[in-house]
Design a protein around this ligand. Structure first.
Ligand code: IPD
Ligand code: CA
Ligand code: CA
Length: 260
């Protein structure tokens, strides 16, 4: 079943890589600088249709069209999908966007997969079984770094669609900048979480995200030995938008104290 799931997500990645004339199919969504392309919709439609054949008992929630259904993530089996995480990067041909797929059971992520089709990196985790990176036919275990915050890189998401959160975001950015080696803003929340899981960065903060942004990456970080919560330490919820703080245990604790 997982093999088939991974194959489908790779195929969905081909849809992203085949994109031409992206600019022609852009629509503006609610919020500031929030776009959707015909490829976001095409990837979601492809995955919904194919996954429904593999998992007929599951519900499906995706960023496009079914965002209002997030309450369905708290009971039974449900997939939550971000068809393209990093849409602005995608529109700009920045080469740093991904597909995020999580399977939830009664509000807990049991399977998380994040796929960057540009690098062919497939980050996977299964609850209680660990997290792995599949790339170039090889499989490697993911493990967060042991570096303290002061020797670390801080990743920031700017919550671009919520202007009311920009002051808070830039104040946190300054704090983390002053207490770590440097900051990065890469443009995909799901890939930011994978960078933490793979020990390439130490903490990640964003003032608000939706479950399709974090459901898969959260499990990948936890299974790699990291911590993911809301910035005040409370658990992330699956049926609403939440702020997020993730990191290796030492860097996470240090950042949480700084942001309190
Ligand atoms: C966005 C990206 C971005 C993050 C935003 C997300 P989208 O997702 O993950 O890095 O800062 O908060 O909404 O809209 O490209 O799927
Ligand atoms: Ca997203
Ligand atoms: Ca998206």
């Amino acid at each position: 079943m997982h093999e088939q799931l991974i194959t489908l997500i790779r195929e969905a990645g081909e849809i992203m890589k085949s994109a031409r004339d992206i600019e022609r199919g852009i629509e503006v969504k609610e919020g500031d600088a929030n776009f959707v392309t015909e490829y976001d919709s095409a990837v979601q439609k492809f995955l919904f249709e194919k996954l429904a054949l593999l998992y007929p008992e599951a519900a499906f929630v995706g960023e496009e069209d079914s965002a209002d259904d997030i309450a369905r993530l708290t009971s039974g089996k449900a997939f939550v999908i971000d068809p393209i995480d990093g849409t602005t990067n995608f529109i700009k041909h920045f080469g740093h966007s991904c597909i995020s797929v999580a399977l939830c059971e009664n509000g807990e992520t049991v399977l998380g997969i994040v796929y960057n089709p540009y690098t062919d990196e497939m980050y996977c985790a299964e609850a209680g079984k660990g997290a792995w990176l599949l790339c170039g036919g090889k499989r490697r275990t993911l493990q967060v770094s042991r570096q303290p915050l002061e020797n670390g890189l801080s990743l920031i998401g700017t919550s671009p669609y919520y202007t009311q959160l920009h002051d808070r975001t830039f104040s946190v950015m300054r704090t983390l900048f002053e207490h770590s080696l440097d900051i990065r803003r890469c443009g995909s929340a799901a890939l930011d979480l994978c960078m933490i899981a793979d020990g390439r960065a130490e903490v990640y903060f964003e003032a608000i995200l939706s479950p399709w942004d974090y459901a898969a990456g959260m499990l990948i970080v936890r299974e790699a030995g990291g911590i993911v919560t809301q910035p005040d330490g409370t658990p992330l919820q699956m049926d609403r938008k939440c702020g997020i703080l993730a990191g290796n245990p030492a860097a996470y604790e240090a950042a949480k104290l700084l942001l309190a």
